[in-house]
Design a protein around this ligand. Structure first.
Ligand SMILES: O=C(O)CCC(=O)C(=O)O
Ligand SMILES: [Fe+2]
Length: 315
């Protein structure tokens, strides 16, 4: 299927919001569930450092990386051939990003210096801060003054990040390969840094893949399943994937801002319009995560099984 570039709106989050920028944000969240932000305060230098330290980890021999793999005690590393043959990742969890990164670097690098942990602590804390302010903006799109009322629903959110490394095959000929298959995110919102190789795509409502081209100094923000369910489908958690088009490693960092495990997700009455019914039954956040992580149908690299299949009301 052919791909077209999608012109996502870009919001300068260092500027005050205006009625017109909020209305553009509202459209982006409802139509695509994706937008870009700039002036997010994360320097190129910080990305460069994370990239260098991560490349070092990803270039270790597979048997070393598996010390943090799915059968290890820490389970922070996902090797190739789980999500796709070309994808591997390392998870760093909040709220103590330092300790989480350190558990991986100790096992993988035997390093006594804390560069990796320090830098991920900084990135993690910046992401937490950004997520809170972006969330507030998104909630403003639901109606006047509702963000004040709703922000407390999100007060126990927590975040984790994934450093993603894509290694395409040598012989990418006429056809691109899928680096990460179609999925939706299990978050409220996700903040993604993709490098200059691009390859992130979002699926339109009509099923067409659209390229989200890298945008200078911008982060991609997208709505996840938990927000789609909580907002009674007002905000869209879109299917997306990553394609690889050339023989160059691709690096990305995805930060997932999620409800606490025990949260019961139930759309508040203010987001259910008159005459509209609730699209989802109330569900416990962790039960949905388990559905996605453990059931064959729900696995994130498997196509199509998301919150609609888990908690959707038959209409
Ligand atoms: O690598 C990317 O650009 C996006 C990754 C992604 O969609 C994810 O980790 O959920
Ligand atoms: Fe994703």
């Amino acid at each position: 299927m052919s791909e077209s570039p999608l012109d996502l709106p870009v919001f300068d989050i260092s500027q005050p919001w205006t009625p017109s920028s909020l209305s553009a944000l509202s459209i982006a969240c409802r139509e695509w569930g994706f937008f870009h932000i700039t002036n997010h305060g994360i320097s190129k230098d910080l990305y460069e450092k994370i990239f260098l330290l991560s490349s070092h980890i990803f270039s270790l021999p597979p048997q070393v990386k598996l010390k943090a793999g799915p059968s290890s005690t820490i389970k922070t590393y996902t090797p190739q051939f789980i999500a796709s043959p070309f994808f591997e990742s390392l998870r760093v969890s909040g709220p103590d990003f330092f300790a989480s990164a350190k558990s991986s670097s100790e096992v993988l690098l035997n390093l006594s210096d804390d560069d990796f942990s320090e830098i991920l602590k900084e990135y993690g804390s910046r992401m937490v801060h950004l997520s809170k302010s972006i969330l507030e903006m998104i909630l403003m799109c639901l109606g006047p003054n509702l963000e004040m009322k709703f922000i407390s629903e999100f007060k126990n959110c927590h975040g984790y990040l994934r450093l993603n490394n894509y290694s395409p095959p040598e012989c990418i000929q006429e056809q691109e390969v899928e680096g990460l298959g179609m999925h939706t995110d299990m978050s409220c919102i996700t903040l993604v840094y993709q490098d200059e190789n691009g390859g992130l795509q979002v699926r339109s409502k009509e099923g067409k893949w659209m390229d989200i081209n890298p945008c200078e100094d911008a982060l991609v923000v997208n709505i996840g399943d938990l927000m789609q369910a909580w907002s009674n489908g007002k905000f869209r958690s879109s299917e997306h994937r990553v394609v690889l088009r050339r023989h160059a490693n691709r690096f990305s960092i995805a930060f997932f801002w999620c409800f606490e495990d025990e949260k019961v997700i139930f759309a508040p009455k203010e987001v259910v319009d008159e005459g509209e019914s609730r699209l989802y039954k109330p569900f416990i956040c962790l039960d949905y995560l388990r559905f996605r992580e453990s059931s064959e149908k729900g696995k994130f690299e498997k196509v199509g099984f998301t919150v609609k299949h888990f908690a959707g009301n038959e209409i």
